[in-house]
Design a protein around this ligand. Structure first.
Ligand code: PA5
Length: 445
């Protein structure tokens, strides 16, 4: 069976293969730390075996709940932020027809998102959209106390209860949260909502293969068993020796490039559907590695679109970058370019070719141009865009992130820096308990 492949040949002109291989011992040590649970943040390694350990009972429960929401709702709002929504959105967007939400004959509920910002206009517009609609809410928060998500949930729940009445609303609300802690668990218990547990040992950005990602993906109509099967194949492959292990190779290569002075990794794709895969990846690597004044800055571009904006910078800006391209070997659909008798647009030389052939030449031409412009290039190729290969890709990035973080010497499983803005926001909002911080911050304004 075809599988995800990594191609590093366009890195070797910049960092010789021998220098990457010199990192194999450090990479192996990082893998040993992960496998033995002796590394930093080892309380949060539950994601490592999610593909092999997810049991049938949980999958059936997720599918049953998804079926109820699909039956009851034309719109399902996924409320969550960071790791509590990006994985689901990444997979759903990658698999969805790009214009699905405009399709009046659609089979699946439209999945929309909330709780990932505090924009009044966004929440107003969402509330307007939901007026008179049969909608449901999947509220996802591990801590159960995240302000953005809790605020959106309060508004959405109130609207749903006003539209349907409390009892019917209850049928359309699902909470995904900690097994026992947090305000959302308490609220769900009190209101009798259907709940799913985010295991203690799985941090937000590693949670896409728990109900956090699986439930919304199932609601959107996609095959979560195939997603898990692809992830399982990668779980197994990423336990093998360096030479067969794409996650270890990626982790070692990006660390070698970092040691050579590359500070920014740009994740590029050639399909707009992958935009949110890159957003998910940015969170995974940014929040995992950006610590102790270390870490590659994860950036992303959608190509060829951004060749007409960021392309100039990538080609000729400061040489502190390298590029990682997600390449899809075969498109799912076929569009053949027609012949035009007048040929005023000069495109007849492409007539009879599929659009993807043009895209592939753009991809190859860009790779050669960027390498000529001194941008090392890592290529990650998926045979096709489907649940199985997305499962491989998600697990590949997660495993590589754990290895890479340990190679960097940081704890890839905490996020202490995220607290700074919250403390200031609570102080400025005069949240009870923040009196001293409130006075201190106000004196600085
Ligand atoms: O990766 C993480 O841990 C974070 O991005 C969280 O997912 C995010 O802050 C949301 O947290 P919670 O699920 O507790 O609301």
């Amino acid at each position: 069976m075809k599988q995800l492949e990594i191609n590093l040949t366009k890195v070797y002109d910049f960092v010789p293969q021998s220098e990457i291989e010199a990192l194999i011992p450090s990479c192996k040590q990082a893998m040993d730390l992960l496998n033995s649970g002796r590394g930093k943040g080892s309380d949060f390694l539950g994601w490592l075996h999610l593909p092999s350990a997810t049991d049938e009972k949980l999958i059936t429960d997720i599918q049953k709940t998804a079926a109820r929401l699909r039956e009851n709702c034309e719109v399902v709002v996924v409320a969550g932020i960071g790791g509590s929504y990006l994985g689901a959105k990444a997979v759903i967007d990658a698999l969805n027809n790009s214009f699905d939400w405009l399709d009046t004959k659609r089979q699946n509920p439209v999945v929309v998102y909330a709780g990932h910002n505090i924009s009044e206009d966004y929440l107003f517009e969402l509330s307007r959209l939901l007026e008179g609609k049969r909608f449901g809410i999947i509220n996802i928060s591990k801590s159960g106390t995240t302000t953005e998500t809790a605020l959106a949930f309060r508004l959405l729940r109130t609207q749903l209860e006003n539209q349907l009445g409390k009892e019917a609303a209850r049928q359309n609300i699902v909470a995904v949260t900690d097994a026992s802690k947090g305000a959302l668990r308490q609220l769900a218990q009190q209101e009798g909502y259907k709940t799913f547990v985010i295991p203690d040992s799985v941090g937000g950005r590693y949670s896409v293969l728990t109900p956090v990602g699986l439930l919304p993906i199932a609601v959107a109509g996609y095959d979560i068993r195939q997603l898990l099967a692809g992830a399982l194949a990668m779980e197994k492959r990423s336990e093998t020796a360096f030479e067969q292990n794409p996650a270890a190779q990626y982790a070692a290569t990006r660390n070698a490039l970092y040691q050579q002075g590359k500070k920014i990794e740009i994740l590029a794709n050639y399909h707009p559907k992958l935009h949110f895969v890159a957003e998910w990846w940015k969170q995974l690597y940014g929040e995992s590695e950006g610590k102790e004044h270390k870490g590659l800055f994860p950036a992303a571009v959608d190509l060829t679109t951004d060749l007409h904006s960021m392309g100039q910078w990538i080609q000729e800006g400061e040489r502190s970058i390298f590029e990682t391209v997600i390449s899809i070997a075969s498109p799912n659909q076929e569009v053949v370019i027609p012949t035009d008798t007048d040929n005023l647009d000069g495109l007849n030389y492409l007539a009879g070719k599929g659009v993807d052939q043009v895209n592939k030449m753009a991809e190859l031409g860009t790779q050669i141009a960027h390498v000529d412009g001194e941008v090392p290039n890592i290529k990650i190729e998926l045979p096709a865009l489907n649940e199985y290969h997305l499962g491989e890709l998600l697990y590949f990035f997660e495993k590589a992130c754990g290895i890479s973080g340990y190679m960097l010497g940081i704890n890839p499983f905490d996020q202490p820096g995220v607290e700074a803005y919250k403390k200031n926001m609570f102080a400025l909002l005069q949240k009870p308990g923040y009196e001293a911080e409130s006075a201190a911050i106000r004196s600085r304004l």
